[in-house]
Structure formats: structure tokens, C-alpha cells
Design a protein around this ligand. Structure first.
Ligand SMILES: Nc1nc2c(ncn2[C@@H]2O[C@H](COP(=O)(O)OP(=O)(O)OP(=O)(O)O)[C@@H](O)[C@H]2O)c(=O)[nH]1
Ligand SMILES: [Mg+2]
Length: 205
């Protein structure tokens, strides 16, 4: 079981990407489970994804990077005993810190049998200015970007070339190591690269 996080600020395109990716990863012969962490009261995302026939578990009651990290581990244990997926795709809340989730998965690897796959963090290229203007938001967004193995410049179909360049430069300043992938779930640009990374890369055992 490989745990792949699709993180990123609110509305950056996580759920849309997870739906598109899950289908492709499943088509490539891997068994997929999805774990969604909805901080709100109505777990709409989980219901939407379930329509596509995936194993979906929705964790509420707080953020899986902190308050309900224990529930996340229990869920991974249950996956290991039950459906035994090859890949577990996690959608944290938009305000989660990806490295906290990665640490929790790593620390409990022995118990759950789960290994850490790539941490994918979305950056919404249509909102670069807003995301990087307000101090608190900028701090959160740069923490998320810093924690990424792969940075996804999302909604690239809605951005002008110059806006995409600007976003790419900004995220590169926050993280010099991560691979940067331009993505549009409308045109499909970037999807196959992400499928390859999910199938191939195990960052840490
Ligand atoms: N044009 C375009 N729209 C996109 C793309 N990806 C997502 N969207 C739209 O952006 C909006 C937010 O997408 P979601 O997938 O719900 O984003 P999210 O990160 O899961 O949002 P939260 O879970 O609320 O944080 C939706 O209206 C999507 O249809 C894209 O590549 N291109
Ligand atoms: Mg979502």
C-alpha cells in the first residue's frame, strides 16, 4: 500500500485531480482507495467520488494532519486488513500541513504496512497574486509547497503563459528540489506524468 497525498490550498483542484487520476491509475491495473478529509459538516467530496466506484473513506471531525491523525492511522490499518489497495490517495483539507501527514504515515509504517509515496501539492495558477499577498495565507501556502515532492501548477488552461511562468518562478523560490508539473484536468495536460509518478516512485519505506 502506497500512500499518495494530493494536497493544496482550498479550491486548488484536489478533488477534480483525484477523480481523474484514480480512474487512470485503476485503468493501469492498480487497486485504488481514496481517503478524503473534510473539515466541514457536509462531506460532499466523498459522495461525488463514490459515484465513480472507488473505495472511499471520509474522515471528518478535524484535520488529519493533527486532530484526527489517529483516525487516519486506524483507517490505513483497516485498508490493510480489508480491501488491500495498491495505492491510497489522500485528500487533506486545504489548510493541512503535508509533512505532518507524511510523518504520521512513516512513523506507523510497521503497524499499517503502508509506505510513503509522492507528496503532490497543488498551486492554483489562477490565484497566484492572492495566495502570495496575505501574510498568513502566504505562510501556509509556502509550507505546503516546501513539503512537496511534486508541485502541480493547476488550472493551467485558465492561465495565460505569462501567469503560468510567474507562478512557476514563485513556487520554485519556495522549493528548489521538487519536480514541477503543469496540469489541466480540462485538457488532460500533465495527467499522465502524475500517473507515472504514482505508479513508480516510492519516496520512503
Ligand atoms: N478550468 C479548470 N477548472 C478546474 C481545474 N481543476 C479544478 N477546477 C475547478 O476548480 C474548482 C475547485 O476544484 P476542486 O477539485 O473542488 O478543488 P479542491 O482543492 O478539492 O477544493 P476543496 O476540497 O474545497 O479545498 C471546481 O469548480 C473545479 O471544477 C482545471 O484544471 N481547469
Ligand atoms: Mg476537495
Amino acid at each position: 500500500m502506497k500512500v499518495v497525498q494530493i494536497a493544496g490550498y482550498l479550491g486548488s483542484g484536489k478533488t477534480t485531480l483525484i477523480i481523474a487520476l484514480s480512474r487512470k491509475v485503476a485503468e493501469a491495473g492498480m487497486k485504488v482507495a481514496i481517503l478524503v478529509n473534510d473539515i466541514g459538516t457536509v462531506p460532499v467530496d466523498g459522495r461525488v467520488i463514490e459515484e465513480y466506484g472507488m473505495t472511499v473513506k471520509d474522515i471528518g471531525g478535524g484535520c488529519i494532519c493533527c486532530q484526527v491523525a489517529g483516525t487516519m492511522m486506524k483507517t490505513l490499518e483497516a485498508f490493510a486488513k480489508g480491501p488491500k489497495p495498491d495505492v491510497i490517495i489522500i485528500e487533506p483539507t486545504g489548510i493541512a500541513v503535508p509533512d505532518s501527514i507524511r510523518q504520521t504515515v512513516m512513523l506507523n509504517a510497521e503497524k499499517t504496512g503502508a509506505v510513503v509515496g509522492p507528496t503532490i501539492v497543488l498551486f492554483d495558477t489562477t490565484r497566484t497574486e492572492k495566495l502570495l499577498t496575505y501574510d498568513t495565507l502566504k505562510r501556509l501556502v509556502s509550507t505546503q509547497i516546501r513539503d512537496a515532492d511534486i508541485i502541480v501548477l493547476s488550472k493551467i488552461d485558465l492561465s495565460l503563459a505569462v501567469e503560468a511562468e510567474y507562478a512557476e518562478k514563485a513556487v520554485r523560490e519556495m522549493n528548489q528540489k521538487a519536480e514541477i508539473v503543469r496540469l489541466s484536468t480540462v485538457t488532460g495536460e500533465g495527467l499522465s506524468v502524475l500517473v507515472d509518478r504514482i505508479r513508480g516512485v516510492v519516496v520512503q519505506v
